[in-house]
Unconditional design. Structure first.
Length: 150
């Protein structure tokens, strides 16, 4: 059975769950897992690269902002593969709440603030939310037939 025949067969939704330390570098684990799932689902190489960038940015934001750089705090990543889309949820401990409005990237006095902008441009759907336990979560969804937004 070829790869395309395997992807064409009906497969039930799959879930991959990862808990990462809050230290920079571990975002690569989530990025690699997301890429592996997306490739198995049949996403194009360009869309896999979009996904890898978005997952890395989300994890780094969770580490730096949500967990305020606490290397002992965890990042929780949940990948949910469905028939025509992949949802990636990245949650932090929520030491710092997500802003009510997203920072405007590219302001003359700001060299930062591009991460959420890139995520919203690369993914088909993006939701930010405060969790009942106090953590922050970003939900990023990419569709098999979708092209990058922007």
């Amino acid at each position: 059975m070829t790869g395309s025949e395997l992807r064409a067969t009906a497969q039930p939704p799959a879930t991959v769950e990862i808990k990462l330390p809050g230290a920079p570098g571990f975002e690569r684990v989530a990025r690699s897992a997301a890429a592996a799932v997306a490739e198995q689902m049949g996403f194009s190489p360009d869309r896999v690269e979009d996904l890898k960038t978005a997952v890395s940015e989300a994890c780094l934001n969770a580490m730096e902002h949500g967990n305020r750089g606490d290397r002992e705090a965890q990042i929780h990543v949940l990948l949910r593969a469905e028939f025509s889309r992949l949802a990636v949820m990245v949650s932090d401990e929520g030491y710092q709440k997500m802003p009510e409005t997203l920072p405007e990237p590219g302001q003359p006095d700001r060299t930062r603030g591009w991460g959420l902008f890139f995520i919203t441009q690369l993914m088909d759907e993006v939701q930010l939310q405060r969790l009942p336990d106090g953590g922050n979560q970003i939900v990023m969804t990419i569709h098999l037939s979708g092209a990058p937004r922007g």
